[in-house]
Design a protein. Sequence first.
Length: 188
Amino acid sequence: MTVGRATLLAALAIGLGVTGCGGKASPKPSTAHRSSATPRSPDQSAEVEFGYIESLTPLAKGYKLRFDLHLYLSGMTGLRACVDNHDCPPGTTSLLDDVYDHDLKFVLTYYVPPDARVAMLGQGASHIIDVSITAAELYRLAQGQRLHGLKLIDPRLADTGFFVTVVPHVGPPVQFDSAVRLEQVYHP
């Protein structure tokens, strides 16, 4: 039994040494805890963030996205955050547009691969529809160009928010995580 505890403690100590503890990041990234035999799929490590496109410029075969991160909250959490951050007066009982959009004043950089999925808001016969465009077309919109033949509700990227799905990028020459899906958000 003592040997089992000693082995467990040694394994725990090694595990803490490899993965670290506390809130600080180690200066060198460690890949010792990952097994090459069982790679992580992008779905397991995907993050979804909300913000605004600050810029989109060519990079490698895709694009470099500078993304202005925001909080996008609804319900009681959004209401309390709005009041607590002095963006709503005390006693406020509902949010304008049902959401609280708060600029974190923090810009992140991502790589947008050429095959990224992009959904813009378009005008259907009687309702809003998703319009799929390419990363190259998103780049054209970011440059202020129009996409002829598409009825987009608001092609001005700086005025509308996006949900961005981010996954770890693997391989050179890009040194940023990849934004593989960008979805424009309707905000009345």
